[in-house]
Design a protein around this ligand. Sequence first.
Ligand SMILES: Cc1ncc(COP(=O)(O)O)c(C=O)c1O
Length: 371
Amino acid sequence: MLRERIAVARDAIYMNTGWAGPSPSGVLDRVHQALTREAGLGPASPDGIAFHRALLREAREAAARLLRAGVDDVFLTHGTTEGVNIVLHGLDWRPGDELVTCDLEHPALADAAALLAERRGVVVRTASMPPDATPRHAVDAVRQALTPRTRVVALSHVQYSSGLRLPAREIADTTHAAGALVLYDGAQTGGHLALDMAAIGADAYAVSGQKWLLGPTGTGALFMNPRIRSAVRPLLDRAAEGDHAYTLASHGAPLLAGFAEAIRIHEALGPAAVEARALLLGARLKGLLGAIPGARLTGPVDAAASCGLVTIAIDGWPPPAAVDRLWRSHRIAARAVRNPDAVRFSTAPFNTEAECEAVAAAVRELATTAP
Ligand SMILES: Cc1ncc(COP(=O)(O)O)c(C=O)c1O
């Protein structure tokens, strides 16, 4: 059982996997083993170098399986922010070229877009996206922002602030019909939703290792199909060819091992089963929280737009105060989000229905008291 291998699950209700997930013992063991082995071999002895190369290969192959993509189209990164920036800053923008994003975005994309506007004269069109949009509204919002000058549409597949799951395939189709490329920030989807790059139709897709995959912080991967790759130049001016052309900094052996192991565990659980469980728990929690007087769900109600991120505003409670109280009084780990202001819970596969009920009871208590 996954849950039994997660230390924090023994004495807390951990519902902040969307920020960083707690690694199961198998990941911790592999990190430790790799660190020990590397030190024993000598990190840059011929054997140590071979060990490191083998881990690079293993991690890259694991990431390709996670994304259901060809290994040549997948590059290791240190996280999602790095992945989206490799793409956005690596493109050869001309002043007046347009980038479409939306007004709910995490700083990973929003800041990159702002920098492109400032430094490269890119026109950023920010689609107005309701935090609880239906899939149809989401596609319409993107379509309205497209123009003949749009080069790239860059969006989070799942929005971090409300748990809105965008219809990735439909948005990709709409974008391609307009002659542009689509980049997804998959920080909230890797290890959460079952991913398949061809089915999604993404040109580029970035994921993190430390969130739903329950891997180490400082790991991640970036998918780029040949079409976008031909336009994305490596940021550090290395030769554009080669397995590590887009690498910005070294990948440590322990983190590579932990990342590969996290993906292996995810595969053993089954990506479809993981997704189904996260969605089931998310729906359960939404149902419980949505029935609490004085509390209001801020994310989507439509099942097709929902996932394992659940957000709620509680009357009279600034989200940071609620998060603090939930931890101090109930040992429930959640996070505060803005735009719209809310408390966010992540329902990961190691969470349980009983934990959802305990969270609902705690929120009910908060809703009847003042901070
Ligand atoms: C939508 C989104 N993008 C990017 C990030 C940042 O991910 P990373 O720390 O892997 O760069 C997060 C994490 O908080 C996120 O939720």
